[in-house]
Design a protein. Structure first.
Length: 544
């Protein structure tokens, strides 16, 4: 279906300051009548700017009350043929159903069991949710010309990117668009949204963008094998051949399966909005409700301040700022320094990754090596990847709980300097003050990493960049039981982070300091799961 604009009244914003309360009420009645006749129309200002945006991927919002959900539904009913609108949790959809009922003037066409609302002919809106990692796979292969992700900061970045992959159409007259609406994130897991819309939201961005300005980005494979967003000058397609970007490639050569190698940039934009842009809410109790919120929620919801509310939970093990300082310190090194320790977290199935972390003597952590669980299905394959990554024959620290025991056995049989770490074992250490003990090895490992990252330690630690690393390292929380520190379990972290902290686990394992030669780990006479505890009697892995 071709783009169709509803009736617009741009004079509303100019008239509002001069209207009496009675005139304002009358105007709202007329606007509601106009909406009934025209189904939906955007408000003047930011909502209209977003409504008419040609961006392939559009971000909208920031503050509360700017009409985020309304924009999403309005675009679906007015501009698009096949629309998908998703929230993270299905229980959050009721407000969207209610507003859709108001826009449509009833529930005709809505099949609540299928969550599909038919709006005439072959046009429909499908509603859904992705509460768990992997739920986005339920929408694989289902083409739609409009994708709406409501409260996108509550989703995982990988979920959103995956879902956007099926925003397409065969109708040359139909615009396609993915719309992400959101308020400022309140957790580390949601900070990916700032990175994704960095030209508009990151105050440190070297080339900031104006509201509604189009920028173009391409997803380019990096040396680490992962895709990275790179800003480019145009939407012209290109391929990468011998490390060079080629815009003048032979299209015949890139047919069939080879078509996947063609990189097709997409335009991106962001339009900020606030309650002050919504004449239906200005002067109502909603404004005073937002003003009465405690900080930092007030700055987030009222002003859309993306720098507010980023304070940590008081029981967060590692302060986020410490991680950011260590990541900002990181620079690639060539030649790479000698690696003195490896940490290995083995995939436990599903969407987990096997992750290998490597660190030099001056605490420079190399970029993480990540392998999907499907590539490390057994002990020999995992052991082979670890050996290939261990050019300096450094000590290998591997989590041996569950699936980690098999790779440990193979590494041991291959005469590698490997230590099996069972984080559930009892700890005999204390914190740097000497006053607090640890409930188990897991708690001690996390706390030692906290001490390494403490800026007062002044040790120059440098962590590889990436929002995933930041989110996983800042996720765990701790509690004090008497004089004993307890760091929450992996299962508790997964429940909140909605993915396994594979990267963080590999990093804290790599941080263990082990002598280069340790005879007791040679010859295969250490049982899996006993290596760490047994060797602690003769040396201190944290080099205290």
């Amino acid at each position: 279906m071709a783009h169709r604009d509803p009736f617009s009244v741009p004079e509303i914003a100019e008239l509002l300051p001069y209207l009496t309360d009675a005139e304002r009420d009358e105007m709202f009645v007329l606007l509601e009548q106009d909406k009934a006749l025209h189904m939906w129309r955007p408000l003047p200002g930011p909502q209209s700017m977003a409504y008419h945006s040609d961006a392939d991927v559009l971000g909208y919002g920031g503050a509360a009350g700017g009409g985020k959900t309304d924009l999403m539904l309005g675009k679906a009913v007015n501009q698009h043929a096949v629309s998908y609108i998703l929230r993270r949790e299905a229980t959050q959809m009721q407000g969207i159903y209610t507003r859709m009922t108001q826009i449509m003037g009833g529930t005709d066409g809505f099949n609540k069991s299928d969550k599909i609302w038919r709006i005439g002919g072959d046009r429909f809106v499908r509603f859904g949710s992705t509460p768990n990692p992997g739920d986005e796979m339920n929408y694989q292969g289902q083409a739609r010309d409009f994708l709406g992700i409501d409260e996108a900061a509550n989703f995982l970045r990988d979920q959103v990117v995956f879902l956007m992959g099926w925003t397409r159409t065969t109708d040359p007259n139909q615009q396609t668009q993915s719309l992400l609406t959101f308020n400022p994130p309140t957790t580390a897991e949601g900070r990916w949204i700032i990175e994704y819309f960095a030209p508009w939201l990151d105050p440190k961005h070297p080339n900031p963008a104006l509201p509604g300005e189009l920028r173009v980005f391409a997803s380019v494979p990096g040396a680490d094998g992962k895709a990275h967003d790179v800003e480019v000058d145009s939407k012209a397609h290109f391929v990468i051949e011998n490390g060079q970007w080629n815009y003048d490639f032979d299209p015949v050569r890139y047919r069939g399966a080879m078509a996947a190698h063609i990189i097709m940039p997409q335009s991106r934009s962001f339009v900020p909005s606030s309650v002050g842009d919504n004449p239906f809410l200005v002067g109502t109790n909603y404004m005073s409700t937002l003003q009465a919120l405690p900080e930092p929620l007030r700055s987030q919801m009222l002003y859309g301040d993306f720098r507010a509310g980023m304070s940590d939970d008081p029981w967060q093990v590692i302060p986020t700022k410490w991680i950011e300082i260590a990541q900002a310190r990181w620079q690639p090194r060539m030649p790479k320094p000698q690696i003195i320790s490896l940490g290995v977290d083995v995939a436990r199935g599903g969407d987990d990754n096997t992750v290998i972390a490597r660190v030099s003597r001056d605490l420079w952590f190399d970029e993480l090596l990540e392998y999907p669980g499907s590539e490390t299905p057994d002990g020999p394959s995992t052991a082979g990847m670890v050996i290939a990554a261990n050019h300096n024959h450094a000590p290998i620290h591997i989590d041996v709980i569950g699936v980690g025991s098999s790779p440990y056995d193979f590494l041991n049989e291959a005469n590698q300097h490997v230590l099996g770490i069972n984080v559930s074992e009892k700890s005999v250490g204390t914190d740097k003050s000497g006053r607090l003990s640890f409930l188990n090895q897991r708690s001690e490992l996390w706390w030692r990493f906290r001490e390494l990252l403490d800026p007062s330690a002044n040790n120059g630690i440098a962590l590889p960049p990436g929002n995933e690393v930041l989110a996983e390292l800042s996720a765990p929380k701790w509690s004090l039981r008497g004089s004993t520190i307890y760091v929450e379990s992996r299962e508790e972290i997964i429940k909140r982070l909605r993915r396994s902290p594979d990267r963080a686990t590999a990093l804290i394992l790599a941080a263990i300091r082990t002598p280069t030669e340790l005879p007791s780990t040679r010859g295969g006479h250490n049982d899996a799961g006993r290596g760490y505890a047994a060797t602690r009697r003769s040396y201190d892995p944290f080099n205290r």
